[in-house]
Ligand binder design. Structure first.
Ligand code: TYC
Length: 99
């Protein structure tokens, strides 16, 4: 018979971090190619991925861009929104907690 080591049951469980969606909102003023440029720069998307996300937001009003931990989601949403603001566009990204 092999010896077995009996370890005490851990008393606390490690919780998975809650995830947050970054959402791109449509507007009537930001040029399509500028939205694509921001998606590629901030979210490391390919041209094709960025075009798909931009067109979904354009047609439906909004599109989920990606999911991250809260800190990363809020930082990227702010960076992307600021890129629009600095170019004089109302481009907006928001974050929303995932259920
Ligand atoms: N609707 C904009 C236009 O027609 C393009 C656009 C797409 C802007 C998606 C924002 O999230 C957006 N120029």
């Amino acid at each position: 018979m092999p010896d077995i080591l009996l370890l005490p049951k851990p008393k606390t469980r490690t919780e998975r971090p809650r995830l947050y969606k970054v959402i791109l909102l449509n507007d009537d003023f930001t040029p399509r190619d500028f939205v694509v440029k921001v998606l590629k720069a901030v979210f490391r998307m390919s041209e094709g991925e960025a075009l798909g996300v931009m067109m979904t937001a354009h047609r439906k009003g909004a599109c989920v861009v990606a999911v991250y931990t809260q800190e990363v989601a809020e930082t990227k949403a702010r960076q992307a929104t600021d890129m629009g603001g600095q170019a004089g566009y109302p481009l907006a990204f928001t974050t929303e907690k995932e259920e």
